[in-house]
Design a protein around this ligand. Structure first.
Ligand code: KG4
Ligand code: ZN
Length: 419
């Protein structure tokens, strides 16, 4: 691994296409991301042009271990950080003294991983005498969309990733109203654990995929969606919190029953694995959509977004999922929202989103510091102002928008592809 690391990074370095700016002052922010298992760095300008970026993913190594082992993640970040930053600077054809500030993720995330990025970011800030901008990883996911398309504040944002599930109203660069959050596993985590338990990795086609990608691909091969029952979750709680642990448990029971029924042992996969993935994906999707629908009603009652221009932004790794995006599209259509999702490589963790959040803060001149000692990591931290009680007290009843048409399209797709 270490022998090839520089080479691997080079392969994924992308050089940005610099636009021509008349006499407009241009600022540049360098961003660093190491909160989990991706070492990322990018340089962006005030117009959202990516001048250079580099990303070193640890995904394959953690897939081989069956999960992220924090000291291993730390060691891999340490091994890559310098190369990743240098490659991003090289692609941008600048040196660190050319940037206006250094933005780095300091919260939330794995403590050992966060430390590597923060220390390197502080080091760059120190040697170049440029200000430091501490970044909240989830705020960065929430604001990425503004780099690629025109989305004005306020907007509703759904963040679905490997570590988090959050629903919030984004009001400004640093003001969010938290409407709902996960009570147990995040959706990405629920997909990762399911993919492992289903042993999808034993099929060559799935070996290099993240759990979420594996479940999505497996689900697309289902010939009989609806074969496995999954209950409706939190249906008696009139809030917007998320819980997928019950669905994970139901999945486990289905697997055990099928394994017993078909005498499956060791590395074997159950025969209905694709159908089970489709129903599991549908159950998680339905749950997310229901919580979202209530949040949209709450937004309407409390008049939190302008009536004529309501946008739902979705980001985080799980926002790469095409099925979930289609479902969210249906909800938006019905509730008269426009749906805005960044391209997949900006939904999963990357340095660009950190640089862009730094740029948003640079433009607003908030959260920028020269006092490096005042900054520390915060592995666990809140997101925005907690409005969860407000949502609960509103006790909003909903009649659910049907998602069955999604399965019908899939049945048709399967039928036509077999003709
Ligand atoms: O945002 P992210 O890169 O890291 C965190 O901040 O957690 O999200 C990673 C998560 C993983 O759990 C992965 O399984 C999930 O995103 N993911 C997906 C898909 N691609 C990645 N989940 C569902 N469908 C996908 N296509
Ligand atoms: Zn993330």
């Amino acid at each position: 691994y270490s022998k090839n690391s520089t080479h691997d990074i080079k392969e994924i370095v992308k050089k940005g296409h610099c636009k021509y700016y008349s006499n407009q002052a241009r600022s540049l922010i360098l961003g660093i991301e190491t909160s989990c298992d991706d070492t990322g760095c990018a340089i962006v300008d005030n117009n959202g042009t990516i001048l250079g970026e580099a990303l070193k993913s640890q995904q394959q190594i953690h897939l081989n271990y069956g999960g992220i082992i924090p000291p291993i993640a730390r060691d891999l970040h340490k091994e890559s950080i310098e190369n990743v930053v240098n490659e991003a600077l090289k692609a941008a054809d600048i040196s660190v003294s050319d940037v206006d500030a250094i933005a780095t993720t300091v919260k939330p995330g794995l403590p050992l991983s966060l430390l590597v990025g923060m220390n390197y970011g502080k080091y760059l800030s120190h040697i170049s005498r440029k200000p430091f901008i501490p970044i909240h990883h989830m705020e960065a996911h929430a604001l990425t969309i503004r780099m690629v398309q025109k989305v004005e504040f306020p907007f509703l944002v759904l963040l679905i990733s490997g570590g988090h599930c959050l629903l919030a109203v984004a009001q400004t660069v640093d003001k969010f109203l938290l409407l709902g959050q996960s009570l147990d596993d995040a959706p990405g985590e629920a997909f990762d654990k399911a993919a492992r338990r289903l042993k999808l990795r034993n099929l060559p086609e799935f070996r290099t995929l993240s759990g979420g990608q594996a479940i999505e691909l497996a689900a697309s091969k289902s010939t009989n969606p609806g074969a496995f029952y999954f209950p409706s979750i939190l249906s008696h709680y009139r809030d917007c919190n998320f819980s997928v642990a019950g669905l994970k448990n139901t999945l486990r029971k289905h697997i055990i029953r099928q394994e017993l029924l078909h005498g499956i042992e060791g590395d074997g996969l159950i025969p209905g694995v694709f159908n089970l993935c489709a129903d599991y994906q549908m159950a998680i999707t339905r749950h997310i959509c229901q919580r979202l629908q209530r949040a949209m009603k709450f937004v309407e009652i409390r008049n939190l977004l302008p009536e004529e221009n309501r946008t739902l932004v979705v980001s985080g790794g799980v926002a790469c999922n095409g099925f979930i995006k289609r479902a969210l599209g249906l909800i938006c259509e019905e509730m008269e929202y426009s749906l805005a999702v960044p391209p997949p490589h900006l939904c999963t963790d990357n340095g660009v989103m950190i640089a862009w959040n730094g740029m948003e803060r640079w433009k607003a001149q908030c959260g920028i510091t020269l006092d490096l000692d005042s900054v520390d990591i915060e592995p666990k931290c809140s997101f925005g102002v907690n409005w969860i009680d407000e949502v609960t007290n509103a006790s909003i009843k909903c009649s659910w928008i049907k998602l069955t048409s999604l399965q019908e399209t899939r049945k048709q797709e399967t039928a036509s592809s077999t003709v």
